[in-house]
Design a binder for this molecule. Structure first.
Ligand SMILES: [Ca+2]
Length: 370
């Protein structure tokens, strides 16, 4: 039988219809409204609807992502602009502080005292759209961690900078004054010397690269003066709690001088530093009493300071007698600028140098670390 001839008429019509364009048909119902009906089968109309919905969904997601990126980019651009403006305001604050320091030193070149209320006081400077807070303190009233090694004497010692015994004694005394046991203090002090000195020969109780290779995380010694007292946190034997406690009392000056403590500006709450200078031979109470009873207008001379009855007539160890200062060379300026939603902190170390030299910023860090 010829199967082609037996093909049903409906099937033939369907195949023929597949080649014709499918039309939307419009008709008016009994209420007079126009209704449409498609020539597509219901299943194909559903697929088309799903495709359209999918496209709409994809476009919505793409649009949302584009808007989000645009919003983020706008905010980043605004924040970057405000941050840059805040940085300039912070540096303008530094310029004001430099002038204040020059005026302070010009008024009395033999002594820097707390007179004038410049020390530790927060000055608020109104700004367009915000404000800046500035706080100036004596930047030398701290243990200078870089005094542990006499790097400036490297040339005199055949290229090897020697450890400085008095600074080692003072750092040990400071650690003990803060409650550290002697064995831990010795380990940290020796480790700090090894961290700074240029050689790889470990001090007794010290630590050079070989000791840190197995540490977690493994690290190497800097073999140079510290740029920040925060490096102490890396020293063998240090704990985060002790590093945090030390941060208030230590600094990393860009000089290897013995800690230049100005006894005219040292505050009673900084008595532990005076104890340190005496090798802990006076009690905390004695040190606080001596500083609280400081003559108005300053000690006037180093000898008068050491002769203060509150110190009990002790003889200062070695060079500590002449180590104390009546003037200030290093100042620290903490600045906090607020502009709209932006807050920017900075810390600047200022070197007022020798007499006749203008104060200048020698180190600046953005954020709270100094
Ligand atoms: Ca070393």
């Amino acid at each position: 039988m010829d199967r082609h001839c037996e093909e049903p008429q409906a099937t033939r019509q369907s195949r023929a219809g597949a080649n014709r364009p499918r039309l939307l048909r419009f008709a008016r119902n009994d209420d007079g409204h126009v209704e449409s009906s498609s020539a597509f089968p219901a299943r194909e109309r559903g697929a088309a609807l799903l495709t359209v919905l999918l496209l709409v969904a994809v476009m919505a997601v793409v649009s949302a992502a584009a808007v989000e990126r645009l919003t983020l980019a706008t905010r980043l651009a605004g924040s970057a602009s405000a941050m840059e403006q805040a940085r300039h305001f912070a540096m303008a604050g530094e310029a004001l502080a430099l002038r204040r320091i020059d005026t302070l030193l010009a008024a009395n070149d033999s002594q820097v005292t707390l007179d004038g209320g410049w020390h530790g006081r927060t000055f608020t400077l109104p700004l367009p759209g915000g404000s800046a807070e500035m706080r100036l303190t004596d930047g030398g009233n701290c243990f200078n961690i870089n005094s542990l090694v006499a790097t400036s004497q490297a040339g005199e010692s055949g290229g090897i900078a020697p450890p400085r015994p008095l600074a080692i004694q003072q750092f040990t005394a400071l650690l003990q004054g803060l409650g550290t046991d002697r064995a831990t203090a010795d380990r940290i002090v020796a480790g700090a010397v090894d961290w700074i000195d240029a050689d790889q020969s470990a001090m007794p109780n010290g630590a050079e690269d070989s000791a840190y290779a197995a540490a977690s995380p493994a690290r190497r010694t800097a073999d140079r003066p510290m740029a920040s007292a925060g490096e102490l946190a890396q020293i063998a034997g240090m704990t985060p709690a002790l590093a945090q406690r030390l941060s208030r009392w230590t600094c990393a000056l860009p000089a290897d001088d013995l800690s230049p403590i100005n006894v005219n500006t040292l505050l009673p709450e900084q008595a532990v530093l005076l104890q340190m200078l005496t090798g802990n031979r006076i009690s905390p109470a004695q040190a606080r009493t001596a500083l609280a009873a400081r003559p108005s207008g300053g000690y006037g001379s180093v000898n008068r300071f050491w002769a203060d009855p509150a110190l009990g007539g002790i003889a200062p160890p070695g060079d500590a007698a002449s180590q104390v200062r009546l003037t200030t060379r290093w100042f620290r300026l903490e600045t906090n600028v607020r502009l709209g939603d932006v807050t920017l902190g900075s810390s600047a170390l200022i070197d007022a140098g020798e007499q006749g030299q203008r104060a200048r910023v020698v180190r600046r860090s953005w954020g709270s670390e100094g």
